[in-house]
Each structure stands twice: as C-alpha cells, then as structure tokens.
Design a binder for this molecule. Structure first.
Ligand SMILES: Cc1cc2nc3c(=O)[nH]c(=O)nc-3n(C[C@H](O)[C@H](O)[C@H](O)COP(=O)(O)OP(=O)(O)OC[C@H]3O[C@@H](n4cnc5c(N)ncnc54)[C@H](O)[C@@H]3O)c2cc1C
Length: 414
C-alpha cells in the first residue's frame, strides 16, 4: 500500500514513522523543508498533565476580559469570518462541565498512550533529541490559583498520574540555581520535555534511512476525486496518483478539507517563543506559569520561554506587546535570571491547529474511503504525535485500534 502524507510537521513525521514500521510505502509532501514551523519552536512538552481541554466553563468570560488588554495571553482579532463564527459557536457549546470531563478523559487516555510510546521512540531513533524525564511544574502566584491546581492534581492522581504539591519553600528547594517567586507549585512527575527541533531532525533522518520518500518544497494545491475516493493529488510541481491519503497539514487543514468538500472547524492559534543560549545558570525544571499562561523549557544551558494564544488567522504580523508579556511574566516568577529584553521582531511564532473541543481529528471521514485526517492537536501536538501516528497506521493497516477513535471523528462538527 502506498500512503501519501500531506504535511511534514510533527504529526506528519510521526505518522510516517508508524506507517513505515507497519510495512507501508510512504511518501510525504511538504511545502517547506522540515526546518521550521509550528512543530519546531514550541515548548517541547510531552505532558500527560494537560488533560483539561481548552473549552472549559468560564473560559469565555475570562477570554473576554483578556481581550481588553493588549498584553494578555489571549486575543481574537474581531472579524466577520464565517469559519471563525462557526468555530466560536461550536467552542461555546463545548464549554460545559459534562463535555469538559468527557473530553478530559479522552485526552488522558491518548496522552498516556503517547507518553509511553515516547519511551520506545527515545531508544529507537538514532539521533538524540534531549528528552528529559523529570516532570514539569505548574507554578502559581495566588492561593486561589493554587486551590484550583491542587484540585486538578487530585483529578490527575485519579487518572494514575503522579504529582507532588509544594509550598513556596519546597519549590525553591528543588529549583536550586535561581530564585523563584511563587506561592507554590504542583510538580507533574510523568511529564517530560525535549528539544522539538532536534526531535524533528532525528525523525527526518531516520525516516529517510527507512525508505520514506520526501517531496519537499512542494505544495498540494488540489485533488481529483472519483466516487468516494481521491484518485490524484495535484501539486505545484506535478500530479500523482494516490491509494491512501493522510491529511496532516496542521492549522491549514480546514482549507484543505474545504477543497475536498468537507467542512472542518479549525482555527490557527498563534503562539510566540524566545530562546536564550549559553546561560550561566538555568532552571532545573520546565514550568507553566499558570496565572500568566506562560511556559518555560530549560535544556542544559539553553532556555525557551513561550506562550499566548492569538486567533487572528494566518497573519505573520508580530504583536510586540504580547511577546513582551511572555518575557515580563518570566521575570515575575524568576526575578534573578536577568534575561535580556527580546528583540520582539525576531520572536519565533507558530500556528497551533485548534479544534473547538480541544480534541484532535484522527481517523477517516465518512465522505471518503481512502482519506484519513490527523490534526487539530492545538497545544498538544508534540504530546500526542506518537499516539496519533500509531492510531493512523492502525486505521490504514485495518488492525484493531489501540484506543477507540469515535471521540476524534473528523466529521463530528460537519
Ligand atoms: C508557542 C507554542 C508552544 C507549544 N508548546 C507545545 C508543547 O510544549 N507541547 C505540545 O504538545 N504542543 C505544543 N505546541 C503545539 C504544537 O506545536 C502543535 O500542536 C504541533 O506542532 C502541530 O503539528 P502539526 O504537524 O499538526 O502541524 P504543523 O507543525 O503546522 O505542520 C503542518 C505542515 O503542513 C505543511 N503544509 C500545510 N499546507 C500544505 C500544503 N498545501 N502543501 C504542502 N504542505 C503543507 C506546513 O508547511 C507544515 O509544515 C505549541 C505551540 C506553540 C505555538
């Protein structure tokens, strides 16, 4: 079976990996060259701790408050766009306790599957990618946030995750090289982190060795269909016949789906990150600075900080105040780190592929018998890539799915 994959982000590469291991002939098409994009500059968390979906009760009120501030961690550019309106209405319908709990359970299952697959991937790939298994902090400044985080930790424990709840002194005792200004924190021991760019490189290297063919600098521009099948992929270079097609093109998936006559709700959620190298002192642990929705990833003497969720379409415009908000949040929690102010124009940004209910789209769409979707992982693409790759390979091979796929049905909002 020859399988074409559209998209060379982390989801496309992991899907290629498991398909090839299952014995399929794999061709991956990517319009860039697998050196940049959302899967490169992210925080690199593999985080079972992130089982709470984006759509939660109260998030819309909080979002509206954030919209009033140019330096808040969330922004939607107000505009009359039908895709955004449909997405917003579906998101609003999911902001209730029942859906949050149901989707949280689904996420927990697939997050833990992915986390365990990473143990194998760490030893299987030939180039190292700095996977570090020591956990991740949820750090908070206010007792109110602390109560919420402790409640989430209890839920995490019921899901089988290990956590340690710490007061300010206990956080400081573990963070030995710099001052931490917090009220407390919860350490999630099952989380790990890696250098996402190194992981991408390592996968790309091994996939080539395994015989996966890459069509780089090639844009997919359309499709030919016959009955319930896609028969040819049209690209800006040439056309090619297709047996099976995996659509894994991240935040551009909604546009591609509409070329196939499928409505898929997907919005790009832009986030920024900044990198500091050769630091004399670094953090001991990665951390989410919960009150400010900012994240930190230390690896050796290298530190990345990142955050914000900007829904303004695929606009490459950088909003300096939001980049500075990431930097300023970091300073509030780690006052002695003395990182230089960033050149905001040079901040990295990527577009998270955001579905309305916080669950990815994985599996076949009922309109086509030879298409499979793999995307919409929002803030969890790195965490969920291995599981997604395995699950897609099971769909294509026609073997029993490791976890039921009904919750990830790509047609659930059609
Ligand atoms: C600041 C930030 C921090 C994050 N931190 C984390 C984290 O710590 N942990 C985590 O799990 N997730 C994190 N994420 C989310 C994660 O980065 C994404 O979920 C993930 O990268 C999405 O991967 P993808 O392969 O679906 O999409 P992408 O990486 O966007 O890949 C899609 C690819 O498809 C290609 N493509 C699109 N259209 C076409 C076409 N027509 N023809 C050819 N090629 C095409 C694109 O060029 C692109 O390379 C973060 C995101 C951001 C922005």
């Amino acid at each position: 079976m020859r399988v074409h994959i559209l998209g060379g982000g982390i989801i496309g590469l992991c899907t290629a990996y498991y398909l090839r291991k299952a014995g399929h002939d794999v061709v991956l098409i990517e319009r860039n060259d697998i050196t940049d994009g959302c899967s490169f500059g992210n925080m690199g968390y593999i985080s079972p701790s992130h089982f709470v979906p984006l759509a939660t009760p109260g998030i819309i009120r909080q979002g509206l408050k954030w919209m009033m501030s140019a330096s808040s961690p969330f922004y939607i550019k107000p505009r009359l766009n039908m895709d955004l309106i449909r997405w917003g209405l579906a998101f609003r319908r999911k902001c209730n306790v029942k859906d949050m709990e149901k989707n949280g359970q689904e996420l927990n299952t697939i997050l833990q599957l992915s986390r365990s697959l990473m143990n194998d991937m760490k030893t299987e790939l030939s180039l190292p990618f700095s996977m570090t298994e020591k956990g991740c902090w949820m750090l908070y400044k206010s007792e109110k946030t602390g109560d919420h985080e402790k409640h989430l930790a209890e839920q995490a424990n019921r899901y089988g995750l290990k956590t340690i709840s710490c007061n300010a002194a206990e956080v400081q005792a573990r963070e030995t090289d710099t001052a931490v200004d917090v009220a407390g924190g919860v350490l999630y021991l099952d989380d790990c982190h890696l250098n996402p760019g190194e992981w991408m490189k390592s996968l790309y290297h091994d996939l080539q060795q395994m015989g996966v063919k890459f069509w780089l600098h090639t844009s997919v521009t359309g499709f030919e269909k016959s009955g319930d099948k896609v028969t040819r992929i049209i690209t800006d270079k040439s056309d090619m016949p297709v047996d099976e097609l995996i659509i894994a093109n991240g935040s551009w998936m909604g546009k591609t789906a509409s070329q196939l006559g499928i409505r898929m709700l997907m919005q790009p959620g832009k986030g920024y990150s900044l990198v500091y190298k050769n630091l004399p002192h670094n953090l001991q642990y990665p951390s989410i600075l919960v009150d400010d929705r900012t994240a930190t990833t230390p690896i050796g003497s290298w530190l990345r900080i990142g955050g914000t969720m900007e829904m303004s379409g695929h606009s490459d415009n950088i909003l300096p105040k939001r980049v500075m908000a990431v930097y300023n949040a970091f300073k509030k929690y780690y006052p002695d780190m003395n990182l230089p102010e960033p050149d905001t124009d040079k901040a990295w940004f990527g577009y998270r592929p955001v579905s309305p209910d916080g669950l990815p789209y994985i599996g076949r769409h009922h309109s086509f018998s030879n298409i499979c979707f793999a995307g919409g992982h929002a803030m969890l693409g790195v965490s969920l890539a291995a599981a997604t790759g395995l699950l897609v390979s099971e769909v294509i091979s026609g073997t029993k799915s490791t976890v039921p796929l009904s919750a990830y049905d790509p047609a659930r909002f059609s």
